[in-house]
Design a protein around this ligand. Structure first.
Ligand SMILES: *Cc1c(COP(=O)(O)O)cnc(C)c1O
Length: 402
């Protein structure tokens, strides 16, 4: 009997909902795509999105921007990071995170990750001490949240400001507090592979009036900031409006129109993602030699991707598993491969930063596999994918099964 094969696409997202398409068409018919091009009495789609996202997260202020990377760069700049400053960040994240640090001519200081794929709090404390850095750009990479209470205790005690990269945790929470609400600023991406899709786009939230006023000026609000959807009182801008440069990165009404109906649907979408995630997790748990990452009870997850560990497996064995799965239609990203494929996520791929070594992170990434779970998959698909991975792991690691 031939082995089952999966035929879905790991990069195929769902269609944009009809309500979003209608809203986009209405913006195009109006001709008013620029966020500040509104008629009297009209709020504009971008300002409305800002209000709705502030309400969704519980933040006082929200700014919609051109990308998640832009949001992080604006956040760093708004809190005063400048050339030569050191910024702590995860050794395992995505290229736009160290890129945002480099964009303000600051220097990334990479922190180890644990086998739960979160920042190592012991190493964080040590590196706060050793580097003297007073800013942490914390990446909730692949949706994993660390103990956010403990992290904030460490950072508050050391006077370290926290910016959260929530590209993979929009809709997630730690002990009921939404991701992005622990630090000074939360940054989100609305790029196609994240939780709401406008092709490109980003959102930034904060309760800090001055930081937000600076971010709004940076984004290119001109003197029209009063038209934004969720901004601090106008007098906050008095001190910042002539001394903050315009680094244009606004969102436009077309993208915002596409995003608003998706934001309204997000809670239902999260439930669908988690159903896929748990089907895979259940199908793979107790596979000899393979470890699923048990999620803490404090964490509300958004299972838009899943990570698997093959601790101690050799590169040849992992290569055989990745190839075997690929032949059966299951695309796994292996973070331990010698050359990065499609995108970079390891600290040693970012050679514009001073050379650093993170032995613990190296060990973990050597055995780390990753898979996206687009909502075009069904729970049946997820079960089949789990069966294929399990089968290929057992084939490549027969001794582990004994
Ligand atoms: C996608 C992503 C971002 C932001 O990406 P943009 O493409 O700039 O919107 C930031 N952090 C992580 C971990 C990401 O995956």
């Amino acid at each position: 009997m031939s082995k089952p094969v999966f035929t879905g696409s790991f990069t195929q997202q769902e269609a944009i909902p009809e309500a979003a398409i209608d809203a986009a068409v209405a913006v195009m018919r109006s001709g008013r795509l620029h966020r500040y091009n509104v008629v009297p009495g009209e709020a504009g789609e971008t300002a409305l999105l800002e209000q709705e996202f502030a309400a969704f997260t519980g933040a006082k202020y929200c700014l919609a921007v051109a990308s998640g990377g832009y949001a992080m760069g604006a956040a760093l700049r708004a809190i005063g990071v400048g050339p030569g400053d050191k910024v702590l960040t995860n050794g395992f994240t995505l290229a736009p995170v160290p890129g945002a640090i480099a964009a303000v001519s600051a220097e990334p200081v990479f922190v180890e990750v644990t086998d739960q794929l979160v920042i190592d709090l012991g190493d964080l404390s040590a590196k706060i001490e050793r580097s003297g850095a007073r800013v942490l750009l914390l990446s909730h990479m692949r949706g994993h949240l660390c103990d956010m209470d403990r992290l904030m205790e460490i950072c508050d005690a050391a006077g370290v400001k926290v910016i959260e990269d929530c590209a993979h945790t929009m809709g997630g929470a730690w002990r009921g507090v939404p991701s992005g609400r622990h630090g000074l600023v939360g940054c989100y991406s609305t790029q196609t592979y994240k939780h709401i899709n406008s092709g490109e786009g980003g959102l930034l939230i904060s309760d800090d009036a001055e930081v937000m006023a600076k971010a709004v000026m940076l984004s290119g609000s001109y003197m029209l900031y009063g038209k934004n959807g969720a901004v601090p009182p106008v007098d906050t801008f008095e001190n910042v409006k002539y001394v903050t440069p315009n680094v244009s990165g606004r969102m436009d009404n077309l993208r915002a129109a596409i995003l608003r109906p998706q934001l309204a649907d997000l809670p239902a979408q999260i439930a669908r993602w988690n159903a896929l995630y748990h089907a895979l997790e259940d199908g793979l748990r107790n596979t000899p030699g393979l470890k699923v990452i048990e999620r803490p009870a404090e964490e509300d997850i958004v299972g838009s991707s899943i990570q698997l560990l093959l601790p101690g497996a050799s590169a040849d064995v992992i290569g055989a598993i990745v190839d075997g799965c690929l032949h059966r239609g299951v695309e796994l990203k292996w973070f331990g491969a010698a050359e990065p494929v499609a995108f970079t996520s390891r600290y040693d791929s970012w050679r514009y930063a001073p050379a650093q070594t993170l032995p613990k992170t190296d060990d973990i990434l050597a055995g780390l596999l990753d898979m996206r779970l687009p909502l075009t998959f069904s729970v049946e698909d997820a079960k089949l994918i789990a069966e294929i991975i399990r089968d290929e792991v057992i084939t490549a690691l027969p001794q582990a099964a004994e």
